[in-house]
Design a protein around this ligand. Structure first.
Ligand SMILES: [Zn+2]
Length: 411
């Protein structure tokens, strides 16, 4: 396997990673929706690091009255490469979710604890790992005076955990990336696998809807006087389950799982007492649809089945679409960046990269919708949002190696 980093480089980077984590993990960066004051303090530290390395740094803060500073910070930084018209952007989000039940943590979540190869703390993986990966790669290039083949861009963004409106979406609205170069490639290290082989290139459409079945409330001893919305709701939702799965028949091996998924999830309480026949029944569904299907087709199927069921039973079935998010076009495996980055993984790791699509949503979908090639990749055990969140120094060093190999030899 090819190597960029020598033993001494690895030792120096290891110290740098630990010192970085120790600077920013103790500075909480919780979004206001999760009871925090935003990312401003953490951003100051990270901006200082980027400036210290001599990168071109720009702040693109999004106004937000809900936090004490009145804005959500976003930072774009650039290290110029030999071909100034192309940039590999590493996108890292600065916000985290809360620590949750503190009694489940074996170490304090906001103090970075090193145990051999392991690093513990809230946000060390999600998404502090992307932060130290980006800074580690930049530091190596700057200190060695090695010019990458293309620019290295670093985007530290806010507000990923609650929707990206004040983060990546704001940068896209301001058209930040095209200001730096004509061709922009995106690496989003925010999910991955322990051997570094998993590369996410596509996502599914997301559809959330609510089913309300209205019957007629009555005393439970007099069912003929009412129309039991709970029974009809069960029949309707089970019927819908059949109908929707029989129409969403596509199978695509790129995706994990390789089919569209549609699951009834939340159930609202109907009546508070046992001896009443409920007049209303409410169930929520979560669907993840393969992008070759149009969300509109699925919505039409829901509505036509609701009409059919209502007309046959006398119940009134309403479908409310609560939200949908188009997946955008998958990132093409023929894209020159994707090809070369996958080759870099293979040549530095000795594993065959596996390009997949997932049902979960990441910020990469917003990039894809703008037509940018975007891959989600890193080496991790997927401990995000859990108590005892951790990552491993060896994972981060291996990822830095792969990114540098791409920038110096493959781009
Ligand atoms: Zn994340």
């Amino acid at each position: 396997m090819s190597r960029v980093l020598g033993r001494k480089d690895l030792d120096e980077l290891k110290d740098y990673i630990i010192s970085l984590y120790s600077k920013f993990i103790p500075v909480k960066a919780l979004p206001p929706e999760l009871g925090g004051e935003g990312e401003a303090r953490r951003a100051e530290i990270l901006e200082g690091e980027l400036r210290g390395l001599g990168l071109e740094v720009e702040r693109v803060d999004a106004p937000d009255d809900r936090v004490p500073d009145g804005y959500r910070p976003n930072i774009a930084a650039l290290l110029r490469g030999k071909q100034g018209n192309k940039t590999l952007w590493i996108v890292a989000h600065m916000d985290t979710v809360p620590e949750g039940d503190i009694s489940l943590w074996k170490y304090p979540p906001y103090k970075v604890t090193i145990e051999g190869d392991y690093i513990y703390g809230r946000g060390v993986e999600d998404d502090g790992q992307a932060i130290v990966l980006a800074l580690g790669a930049a530091k190596y290039l700057v200190e060695k005076g090695e010019k990458p083949r293309i620019n290295l861009g670093i985007a530290f963004v806010s507000d990923e955990e609650v929707g990206s409106r004040y983060g990546l979406l704001y940068l896209l609205k301001k058209d930040i990336f095209t200001r730096y170069s004509e061709e922009n490639y995106f690496l989003v290290p925010d999910a991955g696998s322990p051997d570094g082989s998993k590369v996410i290139v596509a996502e599914k459409h997301i559809l959330h809807f609510k089913v309300t079945v209205r019957g007629k409330q009555a005393h439970a001893s007099m069912p003929h006087a009412g129309l039991n919305a709970h029974r009809l709701g069960m029949i309707f939702n089970l019927g819908l389950d059949e109908v929707i799965h029989s129409t969403l028949r596509e199978h695509d091996d790129l995706y994990d799982p390789p089919v569209s998924t549609c699951e009834p999830t939340r159930k609202e309480e109907n009546v508070g007492n046992i001896n009443t026949i409920p007049g209303t029944d409410i169930v929520y569904w979560d669907c993840r649809i393969l992008p070759k299907r149009d969300i509109k087709d699925v919505v039409e199927t829901l509505k036509s089945y609701a009409y059919y069921f209502s007309s046959r039973t006398g119940a009134k079935v309403e479908i409310d679409i609560l939200g949908y998010d188009d997946a955008g076009e998958p990132t093409s495996l023929d894209n020159v960046f994707v090809k070369n980055f996958l080759a870099s993984i293979e040549e530095t790791r000795g594993v065959k990269p596996k390009a997949i699509g997932i049902g979960g949503g990441t910020v990469a979908r917003y990039l894809r919708k703008q037509g940018y090639p975007a891959i989600v990749w890193m080496t991790c055990d997927e401990t995000a949002h859990q108590p005892n969140e951790y990552t491993r120094l060896s994972y981060i060093l291996a990822d830095i190696e792969t990114v540098l190999y791409y920038l110096l030899r493959k781009a």
